[in-house]
Ligand binder design. Sequence first.
Ligand SMILES: *[C@@H]1O[C@H](CO)[C@@H](O)[C@H](O)[C@H]1NC(C)=O
Ligand SMILES: *[C@@H]1O[C@H](CO)[C@@H](O)[C@H](O)[C@H]1NC(C)=O
Ligand SMILES: *[C@@H]1O[C@H](CO)[C@@H](O)[C@H](O)[C@H]1NC(C)=O
Ligand SMILES: *[C@@H]1O[C@H](CO)[C@@H](O)[C@H](O)[C@H]1NC(C)=O
Ligand SMILES: *[C@@H]1O[C@H](CO)[C@@H](O)[C@H](O)[C@H]1NC(C)=O
Ligand SMILES: *[C@@H]1O[C@H](CO)[C@@H](O)[C@H](O)[C@H]1NC(C)=O
Ligand SMILES: *[C@@H]1O[C@H](CO)[C@@H](O)[C@H](O)[C@H]1NC(C)=O
Ligand SMILES: [Zn+2]
Length: 450
Amino acid sequence: MSSVLMLLFAGILARCACSAGDSRLLLVSFDGFRADYLETYKLPHLQEFIEDGVLVKQVMNSFITKTFPNHYTIVTGLYEESHGIVANDMYDADAQKTFSQFNDSDPFWWDEAVPIWATNQQQGKGASAAAMWPGTDVKINDTTPQFFMKYNFSVKFEERVEKVVAWLNSSNPVVTFAVLYWEEPDASGHKYGPDDTQNMRTVLEEVDKRIGFLMSKLKASGLWDTINIIITSDHGMASCSEKKLIILDECIGRNNYTLIDKTPVAAVLPRQNKEDVYNLLKNCNSHMKAYLKEEIPDRFHYSHNKRIQPIILVADEGWTIVQNESLSKLGDHGYDNALPSMHPFLAARGPAFRRGYTHSSINNVDIYPMMCHILGLTPQPHNGTLGNTKCLLADQWCINLPEAIGIVIGAFVILSTFTCIIVISKNRVVPPRPFARLQLQSDDDEPLIG
Ligand SMILES: *[C@@H]1O[C@H](CO)[C@@H](O)[C@H](O)[C@H]1NC(C)=O
Ligand SMILES: *[C@@H]1O[C@H](CO)[C@@H](O)[C@H](O)[C@H]1NC(C)=O
Ligand SMILES: *[C@@H]1O[C@H](CO)[C@@H](O)[C@H](O)[C@H]1NC(C)=O
Ligand SMILES: *[C@@H]1O[C@H](CO)[C@@H](O)[C@H](O)[C@H]1NC(C)=O
Ligand SMILES: *[C@@H]1O[C@H](CO)[C@@H](O)[C@H](O)[C@H]1NC(C)=O
Ligand SMILES: *[C@@H]1O[C@H](CO)[C@@H](O)[C@H](O)[C@H]1NC(C)=O
Ligand SMILES: *[C@@H]1O[C@H](CO)[C@@H](O)[C@H](O)[C@H]1NC(C)=O
Ligand SMILES: [Zn+2]
């Protein structure tokens, strides 16, 4: 009994041995990497990465399922309404400022939250470094990562990797946290649509080669065995079609409203009476829902921010909202975050993570507290739950219901076995005669007749 307990204990201790502390963490995002691409395409480098670490098959991302909002959620653990980057295109009526992916560097937009790269530097655990992750070239909370690149989509992946690995490899200062961003497979997902398996295969194979390149660079620098790496994404992709257009001009005059963000979640700023505009929009198309800001479903966590416009329109999966334009892309995202097509995956490896473990799902707000735990940081207020990622971490005691039942039954079997042995050995006053049992058995064996 005690030896069994000791074994169990030793197991727990062994898992606690590789605890958080002096670790380095690299967070990588491949934009628009839909969760099921992992099952559809052969991606040997990514598979090799996962075999040695953990895989979360689906990450429940945040609404709206767009790039800037979700990248900021990953590094803050906050829903979009709480971190303030509520869309790729925004308008702030009070400040009369406009945000777009081409004009994103005013700190005003980002300062409603403090991202992990700033907290990492402020709490003095080490420097942070960044290669093109949204927001990393902006002075948020009065600071940028100590090392960063100005956003430029023409800069090759290889160049980004070489920079990041060199920064991580420096010892003065020690870079404990780094982020790396790549625009694919999002760009091709929009262009070809996610169902174009021939073109998407080519793109995903390229992405996989890039993961291989990153791995080889980390191995060459000697970082591979000690660094923790998370590979994830912001959102998935759905197929769009010319047959699935929602044309606003057929329902409402353009002078009635300003369209701040277009599709698949349109942000509408009424110019006339809000109720009138809403009434014109709410019955516009059966494949689009119109919400007054006050009526946006709670599960979206998308209403408590002044940058969310008074009316939002949410298209059904695969539908595109236009004023009167024709379809310009075959794939899109931004839709309801409950749709599996909008979900990315997460893979991670390194001393902080378990090995060879697959988990069904987490929320992307849970990634932030997990990263803070690995880096030994006190997190800012956030919407995630560390407990949701416990099973991914090597230093956490992860136990699920079937395992718990198994352990209870196992303990019961062991206990009763020991009790039986003790009872039997105590009752064995007379040493058993050889073959006694055999004889008894043959006595009992009555012939079967008939
Ligand atoms: C970018 O946005 C700022 C406000 O945040 C504005 O003052 C500036 O004119 C914009 N620049 C361009 C080129 O649109
Ligand atoms: C940075 O964030 C902290 C914590 O939220 C806050 O107290 C501080 O005022 C912020 N500083 C700046 C310069 O924004
Ligand atoms: C962006 O990167 C490309 C390729 O390295 C370079 O030629 C170009 O000058 C850069 N653009 C800016 C604005 O820095
Ligand atoms: C990383 O640092 C180690 C030790 O300082 C050094 O031997 C190695 O060459 C460096 N690698 C790269 C790629 O700079
Ligand atoms: C608002 O839209 C309605 C319906 O399309 C139209 O009749 C009306 O003229 C519009 N008003 C303005 C000011 O554009
Ligand atoms: C779209 O609307 C604009 C402005 O009303 C008009 O000039 C243009 O011809 C329309 N285009 C199409 C394809 O209907
Ligand atoms: C998310 O976290 C922020 C910061 O703690 C908090 O203000 C907000 O109420 C939270 N949102 C939800 C839905 O709990
Ligand atoms: Zn995109």
